[in-house]
Design a protein around this ligand. Structure first.
Ligand code: GLU
Length: 483
């Protein structure tokens, strides 16, 4: 095999997001599948920013796409290249098609096109261009262009059938007479998606196009353009749609759709990767947890399903909780920091130690990092604000409540600062709790006095972290509510 042949056999795939919005989970899933396929096949994964739609594209979204992919750990081997930097290349190919009479200028106004469309629809026909400008003479075209008449460039179709063998869905056939002559550029320097994508995929030697099923209707157009330009046809693999729980296409109605949203809410990249890979792929075993490296070894297109993949947020929460529990406490503390207020004085070391204790206390129950804000808010408040009634355990009257709080105060005051640790607190409080029938009389008001809420981590653990001074202050504040 010659080097040229070997090269042409190289596996090269790409993700080609348009920077018209934040990185969508659907695009991230396609990026992941492309990445895994490339890794599995020792090929290359390329990032291309498709910004031909200048009005809707924005550098802000391009930045988000790049950052989100990096955050997920989906690394690319080449790029990012940007279509707006490659305009001359598209112009060259457009000129070829025009010269070979495979594409033509169309001067029809939008109103004219709309009228034709309406007429076809009213007659029950598939709307398509009626071919009015298909056979204008070269002289007429030149004249009208020179006079500044606005025109677009259309691709000439011939009503042939186009078929391709999709690696996931099998043979797919289209009747291009239903498509008609379609637009490929607004002018020589403004190519449209279906055209630019063909040129880029060829120029970048893309061997496999792995993308969402919503692009199937674009594929015959792209194949026709390839054929007209005499370019090789890449292999296609269209991934199943991502569906909401009601089995309609996933939308904001169902859940957040941008990777940035999930990141902000405190999902970990490892969890999102594991979640996304199962949106359409299944290893055929019971294994649920995979690292990116393990996935690269396992992933094949044969195991990608045809039917829609349901987006189940509960599963994502479950995976995220799993990964949160796996994190070393130091790392988890840093990950939680943005979700916590600046901590009490004492310098960075004391702050870190304090945060570590707070985060460690909640590690088991966190499903996403952002939950730490509410779970741990009372650690950061000077004075808690709760209703006196919350302190009441069952039918205890005020006198009983006061007694309980006084008891707690007395018991805990006895413990020295040095011995203020969970084990000691537990020993002292449990010894007392044993003596009363219902330990709730002691522990419930302690929880409410320290956390100001009915559901929290254990009151003894909280007291240990708050320290003696703050614990006693909070007990006194609770006591003051009972007159
Ligand atoms: N720019 C297209 C998109 O964002 C790329 C589609 C393709 O992969 O061909 O959907």
């Amino acid at each position: 095999m010659s080097i040229a042949e070997a090269k042409s056999k190289e596996i090269r795939v790409r993700i080609a997001p348009s920077p018209t919005g934040f990185l969508h989970v659907g695009t991230a899933r396609a990026a992941l599948f492309n990445y895994l396929f490339a890794k599995h096949e020792s090929g290359k994964f390329i990032l291309r920013i498709e910004d031909t739609d200048l009005e809707r594209s924005s550098p802000k979204f391009e930045k988000d796409i790049i950052e989100s992919l990096k955050w997920l750990g989906i690394a690319w081997d080449e790029g990012p290249s940007r279509q707006s930097d490659r305009i001359e290349i598209y112009t060259k190919y457009l000129k070829t098609l025009l010269k070979e009479n495979k594409a033509y200028y169309c001067f029809c106004s939008e109103e004219e096109l709309e009228a034709v469309r309406q007429d076809q629809l009213s007659r029950g026909l598939a709307p398509r261009y009626n071919g009015k400008c298909r056979s204008l003479t070269e002289t007429e075209i030149k004249k009208r262009l020179t006079e500044g008449e606005s025109a677009i460039i259309r691709f000439k179709t011939h009503g042939e059938k186009v078929s391709f063998n999709d690696l996931i869905r099998g043979k797919i056939e289209f009747d291009t007479s239903l498509i008609g002559d379609f637009t490929i550029a607004k002018d020589l320097t403004t190519p449209l998606y279906n055209f630019a994508v063909v040129v880029d995929d060829f120029e970048m030697k893309i061997s496999h196009i792995i993308r969402g099923e919503d692009h199937i209707p674009n594929t015959p157009k792209q194949i026709l353009i390839q054929q007209a330009l005499g370019l090789p046809q890449p292999q296609y693999a269209h991934l199943p749609l991502i569906l909401g729980p009601d089995r309609s296409k996933l939308s904001k109605r169902h859940a957040a759709v941008s990777v940035a949203n999930y990141r902000e809410e405190g999902y970990l990249p490892e969890a999102l990767i594991n979640f996304m890979v199962f949106l359409g792929w299944n290893p055929g075993t019971d294994q649920e947890i995979y690292s990116l490296t393990a996935l690269s070894q396992e992933f094949t297109l044969e195991k990608v399903q045809k039917s829609g993949a349901v987006f189940n947020l509960k599963r994502l929460d479950y995976l995220n909780g799993f990964y949160i529990r796996q994190k070393p406490l130091d790392e988890l503390t840093e990950l939680c920091r943005p979700y916590l207020p600046a901590s009490p004085a004492g310098g960075p070391k004391a702050e870190k130690d304090f945060l570590k204790k707070v985060v460690g206390l909640h590690q088991e129950r966190l499903k996403k990092l952002s939950e730490i804000t509410e779970l741990a808010d009372f650690f950061f408040q000077d004075k808690l604000n709760y209703d006196k009634e919350l302190l009441r355990w069952k039918d205890a009257d005020d006198q009983k409540m006061a007694e309980s709080l006084d008891n707690l105060d007395n018991l805990l005051s006895e413990i020295s600062e040095r011995n203020w640790a969970k084990e000691n607190l537990e020993k002292v409080l449990m010894a007392r709790a044993e003596k009363i029938k219902d330990r709730g009389y002691l522990l419930w008001p302690l929880r409410v006095a320290l956390a100001g809420k009915k559901a929290s981590a254990g009151p003894i653990e909280i007291a240990a972290i708050l320290g003696k001074e703050k614990t006693l202050t909070r007990l006194k504040e609770a006591r003051a509510l009972i007159v």
